[in-house]
Design a protein around this ligand. Structure first.
Ligand code: AMP
Length: 111
Protein backbone atom coordinates (compact mmCIF):
# COMPACT_ATOMS: atom_id res chain seq x y z
CA UNK A 1 0.00 0.00 0.00
CA UNK A 2 1.46 3.32 -1.07
CA UNK A 3 2.16 5.92 1.62
CA UNK A 4 2.03 8.96 -0.68
CA UNK A 5 -0.28 11.84 0.17
CA UNK A 6 -2.52 11.43 -2.90
CA UNK A 7 -2.87 7.68 -2.24
CA UNK A 8 -3.99 8.61 1.25
CA UNK A 9 -6.49 11.12 -0.15
CA UNK A 10 -7.77 8.42 -2.55
CA UNK A 11 -8.26 6.06 0.42
CA UNK A 12 -10.09 8.80 2.38
CA UNK A 13 -7.44 8.92 5.11
CA UNK A 14 -6.87 12.61 4.40
CA UNK A 15 -9.93 14.77 3.67
CA UNK A 16 -10.28 16.50 0.32
CA UNK A 17 -12.76 18.78 -1.40
CA UNK A 18 -13.93 16.24 -3.97
CA UNK A 19 -15.43 17.29 -7.27
CA UNK A 20 -15.56 13.90 -9.00
CA UNK A 21 -14.90 10.26 -8.21
CA UNK A 22 -15.30 6.94 -9.97
CA UNK A 23 -13.55 3.57 -9.74
CA UNK A 24 -10.45 4.78 -11.63
CA UNK A 25 -9.90 8.46 -10.79
CA UNK A 26 -10.49 11.14 -8.16
CA UNK A 27 -10.70 14.90 -8.68
CA UNK A 28 -10.44 17.35 -5.80
CA UNK A 29 -9.70 21.05 -5.31
CA UNK A 30 -6.09 22.07 -4.82
CA UNK A 31 -5.39 23.20 -1.27
CA UNK A 32 -3.42 26.21 -2.61
CA UNK A 33 -5.45 27.29 -5.65
CA UNK A 34 -3.57 29.21 -8.33
CA UNK A 35 -6.72 30.20 -10.23
CA UNK A 36 -10.46 30.53 -9.46
CA UNK A 37 -10.80 26.91 -10.61
CA UNK A 38 -7.89 24.68 -9.63
CA UNK A 39 -8.71 21.00 -9.55
CA UNK A 40 -6.32 18.06 -9.29
CA UNK A 41 -7.22 14.90 -11.17
CA UNK A 42 -5.41 11.76 -10.02
CA UNK A 43 -5.56 8.09 -11.00
CA UNK A 44 -6.51 5.91 -8.03
CA UNK A 45 -3.63 3.59 -8.85
CA UNK A 46 -0.25 5.02 -7.90
CA UNK A 47 1.88 6.11 -10.87
CA UNK A 48 4.82 8.30 -9.95
CA UNK A 49 4.63 10.44 -13.07
CA UNK A 50 3.65 10.67 -16.72
CA UNK A 51 6.72 8.52 -17.37
CA UNK A 52 5.08 5.53 -15.67
CA UNK A 53 1.39 5.61 -16.53
CA UNK A 54 -0.17 3.38 -19.21
CA UNK A 55 -1.85 4.98 -22.22
CA UNK A 56 -5.30 3.60 -21.44
CA UNK A 57 -5.42 5.20 -17.97
CA UNK A 58 -3.88 8.40 -19.32
CA UNK A 59 -6.51 8.50 -22.06
CA UNK A 60 -9.23 7.97 -19.48
CA UNK A 61 -7.89 10.95 -17.53
CA UNK A 62 -8.19 13.04 -20.69
CA UNK A 63 -11.83 11.96 -21.08
CA UNK A 64 -12.56 12.93 -17.47
CA UNK A 65 -10.69 16.22 -17.88
CA UNK A 66 -13.05 17.11 -20.73
CA UNK A 67 -16.08 16.18 -18.65
CA UNK A 68 -14.85 18.16 -15.64
CA UNK A 69 -14.05 21.22 -17.74
CA UNK A 70 -17.64 21.23 -18.97
CA UNK A 71 -19.10 20.67 -15.52
CA UNK A 72 -16.87 23.31 -13.92
CA UNK A 73 -17.95 25.85 -16.57
CA UNK A 74 -14.50 26.48 -18.05
CA UNK A 75 -14.72 24.49 -21.29
CA UNK A 76 -16.01 27.35 -23.39
CA UNK A 77 -13.56 30.11 -22.39
CA UNK A 78 -10.66 27.71 -22.03
CA UNK A 79 -8.43 26.32 -19.34
CA UNK A 80 -4.98 24.92 -18.78
CA UNK A 81 -3.88 21.38 -17.93
CA UNK A 82 -0.48 21.16 -16.26
CA UNK A 83 1.47 17.96 -15.53
CA UNK A 84 4.58 18.85 -13.57
CA UNK A 85 7.15 16.09 -13.96
CA UNK A 86 10.34 15.47 -12.03
CA UNK A 87 12.80 17.87 -10.47
CA UNK A 88 13.01 20.52 -13.19
CA UNK A 89 9.27 20.23 -13.74
CA UNK A 90 8.77 21.18 -10.05
CA UNK A 91 6.72 18.07 -9.29
CA UNK A 92 6.28 18.10 -5.52
CA UNK A 93 3.88 15.14 -5.13
CA UNK A 94 5.20 11.97 -6.75
CA UNK A 95 1.79 10.64 -7.74
CA UNK A 96 0.79 11.68 -11.25
CA UNK A 97 -1.80 14.44 -11.30
CA UNK A 98 -3.32 16.84 -13.78
CA UNK A 99 -3.70 20.41 -12.59
CA UNK A 100 -6.88 21.71 -14.25
CA UNK A 101 -6.75 25.50 -14.03
CA UNK A 102 -9.34 27.97 -15.24
CA UNK A 103 -11.56 30.93 -14.50
CA UNK A 104 -8.95 33.53 -15.45
CA UNK A 105 -6.69 34.35 -18.38
CA UNK A 106 -3.42 32.42 -18.07
CA UNK A 107 0.08 33.79 -18.52
CA UNK A 108 2.76 32.49 -20.86
CA UNK A 109 5.58 31.51 -20.54
CA UNK A 110 5.24 29.67 -17.22
CA UNK A 111 7.78 30.70 -14.61
P1 AMP B 1 2.93 19.49 -7.99
O1 AMP B 1 3.81 20.57 -7.44
O2 AMP B 1 2.69 19.58 -9.45
O3 AMP B 1 3.41 18.11 -7.56
O4 AMP B 1 1.50 19.72 -7.36
C1 AMP B 1 1.12 19.28 -6.11
C2 AMP B 1 -0.13 20.05 -5.74
O5 AMP B 1 -0.78 19.37 -4.69
C3 AMP B 1 0.14 21.47 -5.24
O6 AMP B 1 -0.54 22.39 -6.08
C4 AMP B 1 -0.41 21.47 -3.82
O7 AMP B 1 -1.03 22.68 -3.48
C5 AMP B 1 -1.41 20.32 -3.87
N1 AMP B 1 -1.68 19.66 -2.61
C6 AMP B 1 -0.77 19.18 -1.72
N2 AMP B 1 -1.41 18.62 -0.67
C7 AMP B 1 -2.74 18.73 -0.92
C8 AMP B 1 -3.92 18.34 -0.22
N3 AMP B 1 -3.86 17.71 0.96
N4 AMP B 1 -5.12 18.63 -0.77
C9 AMP B 1 -5.19 19.26 -1.95
N5 AMP B 1 -4.12 19.65 -2.67
C10 AMP B 1 -2.91 19.40 -2.15
Amino acid sequence: MEDCIFCRIVRGEIPSDKVYEDDRVLAFRDIEPQAPIHVLLVPKTHYASIMDIDSDTFGYMQTITRKLASELGIAEKGFRVVINTGEDGQQSVKHLHFHILGGRSMQWPPG
